[in-house]
Design a protein around this ligand. Structure first.
Ligand SMILES: *Cc1c(COP(=O)(O)O)cnc(C)c1O
Length: 381
């Protein structure tokens, strides 16, 4: 095996050894009594982390496939959707909506700033025919937390459904799907659920089903169509609850991780992220770095840091990788070269990883002739 590079990237994240060990077992069938026991436990634990009683479907593929499924299942060509846009992954929601021939109304905020609920209220008055509002909860590209609860409230006041990309936020910050009335909520295995990539999850509210039932001809495709998944979950519920062969090992891996989250408790799991985000911000600030996002809407899941004239981000990133085998993330799209991003997903939130990262940052600055007293970045640990 090649020497491991420690991941501090905003995705993928390093995961625990017992999660990886879940893969080393023979194939089991994705149907029958043995599978139903596993599938039932998966459902119970997913409902726990989603904080919902809604239906949840595990969908093989990248997170974007499940996001594609959520939008494509809900609306028909020509129907109107309002899409919050303040970064790379929000733009993807617009792209998906356009790809399905929807009438897309963009609801923008500046990169680095959150969406404004009152702005949405004004937009909803201008577009009473919109069916749904879609947004990213944690815009991983800018490290901004959008005020999801307030946005959902504004959408509900106007009687609209709420579709959320919670890929990098669910289980990393508070997101009670039922209490906030999130109609379609999408997440995936390799962010704050701390398992292996390759599986997405989507929860579907009764209101979302109602809209889909009112227009059965709407919705696109077969595989990425929620109607298909509901049919199998219903008709074949006792022995084969999904329409396709499941990557059973990925399910076993996420089950291992979900059990651990359940054991420590969702609240403690979320608190781990809060502490990691705080330690990273304190430490980096003590080294003279400026944060990209104001504290009040900064993400505890990924820390975004402004590039500074005296440190070239590309040079720093390469030094960390080559000298310390530490990988961090850069800026996406228009933010390339302007920020760097440090993820706290999974192991990256541990004291051991944070010590390594922050100490390596001190060493980098020293290598560049900056006077830093040893341990200066560890103030938050
Ligand atoms: C990581 C991420 C995705 C993309 O996931 P894929 O598995 O690459 O499709 C989508 N949205 C957000 C907010 C993310 O952080």
């Amino acid at each position: 095996m090649t020497q491991h590079i420690k991941l501090f990237t905003p995705g993928p994240g390093d995961v625990d050894d017992d999660v990886i060990a879940s893969l080393a077992q023979p194939i089991i069938r994705h149907y029958g009594p043995q599978w139903m026991e596993i599938y039932t436990e998966l459902q119970t634990l997913l409902k726990y982390v989603f904080q919902t009683q809604n239906d949840i479907f595990p969908v093989p593929g990248p997170a974007s496939a499940t996001m594609d499924m959520a939008i494509g299942s809900l609306l028909a060509n020509g129907q109107k959707i309002i899409v919050g846009n303040n970064g790379f992954f929000s733009q993807r929601l617009e792209d998906i909506s356009h790809a399905y021939g929807l009438d897309v109304v963009s609801f923008p905020a500046e990169a680095g700033a959150p969406l404004d609920p009152d702005g949405l209220r004004r937009l909803l008055r201008q577009h009473p025919d919109a069916q749904a509002v879609a947004l990213v909860h944690h815009e991983t590209s800018t490290t901004v937390m959008n005020p999801l609860q307030a946005i959902a409230e504004a959408a509900h006041e106007a009687g609209k459904l709420v579709v959320v990309d919670a890929v990098s936020s669910l289980a990393g910050v508070e997101l009670p799907v039922d209490a906030w009335g999130i109609d379609l909520c999408v997440t995936a295995t390799n962010k704050c659920l701390e398992a292996l990539p390759g599986l997405g999850f989507v929860s579907v509210s009764p209101q979302a089903w109602e809209l889909m039932d009112r227009q059965p001809a709407a919705g696109h495709g077969w595989y990425l169509n929620l109607r298909t998944w509901r049919r199998y979950a219903g008709e074949w519920s006792a022995w084969h609850p999904t329409p396709v062969t499941m990557p059973v090992h990925l399910v076993l891996a996420v089950l291992t991780s979900l059990r651990k989250i359940h054991q420590v408790g969702l609240e403690a799991h979320i608190a781990k992220y809060a502490a990691a985000g705080r330690a990273a911000r304190l430490g980096l600030r003590s080294l003279g770095f400026e944060m990209f996002v104001a504290d009040e809407y900064a993400s505890p899941i990924v820390t975004g840091v402004k590039a500074q004239a005296q440190y070239d981000v590309a040079h720093m990133t390469r030094w960390l990788l080559e000298e310390r085998r530490i990988a961090i993330g850069g800026g996406l799209g228009s933010l390339a070269g302007k920020i760097f991003r440090v993820g706290h997903l999974g192991k990256e939130a541990s004291r051991e990883y944070l010590l390594d990262f922050l100490f390596a940052m001190e060493e980098y600055l020293r290598s560049q002739g900056v006077l830093v007293s040893p341990g200066a970045a560890l103030v938050g640990l």
